[in-house]
Design a protein around this ligand. Sequence first.
Ligand code: HEM
Length: 238
Amino acid sequence: MGYYWAVGVQAIRGRLSKEVGERTKEVRREVGGSSATSCRRKRHGEDLVDVLLRLQHSSELNFVITSDVIKIMFTAVIDFSQELFSAGVETSSTTAEWVISELIKNPQLMSKAQAVVRRMLKGRIQETDIQGLNYLKNIVKETLRLHPPIPLMPGEAREECTIRGYRIPQKIRVVMNLSMLGRDPNYWSDPESFKHERFEESGIDIRGGSFEYIPFGSGRRICPGMNFGLRSIELPLV
Ligand code: HEM
């Protein structure tokens, strides 16, 4: 499954960068002032750039949108979308592959997970069905403990502190090792074993409230795609 998934993602990525490339050329032509209405606009309707170009030539706004502003906005939107795409797709697909890998290593767990899913879901799967699948959710959580897709998380020390005798100055760049944190015997019993049951009634918070378990980070910069990421792992697994 992991292989087909990876091939699928590569294909989407290829298509996406082709589309982006074509649209970028179009934007350059359109913003550069060549004959306005493109065939693409007729086919697909207005997009963000078309709206900006329309506003540029209308008197609806009391400020000027220059061609440079449109080019910069387009580039920023594309950069941001690509960043979101890589932040979101790699992390979710890597985690799903690790789940499958753990289940293959443990056939009993695989059979139980399949049985639970089949018992609970009848027929076509809806996103809301996932809510009740705590068994599967705990398997995903345990996978994220052992195999966080972002194992080294960068940050900055907000204030000076001392950790195990080392002085950490304020504002210094730090890298948190989420992989080691998830396997620290001070916080986890039998840390190297895959035990999804540990999440059953432990109250460990995946949303950054339990500092020994922060696969999505914590605080103000916590991953904004957490819910979407978890759904993107759970739904294909189901
Ligand atoms: C299993 C899935 C995912 C994991 C484990 C994950 C993990 C993380 C982590 C550890 C961070 C750093 C947080 C911090 O510095 O405190 C982060 C940031 C981020 N993630 Fe995710 N992520 C996942 C899925 C996604 C998805 C699906 C999206 C978007 C569609 C996304 C978008 C982002 C963005 C934009 C940031 C930067 C946030 C900022 O700097 O303010 N992630 N993610």
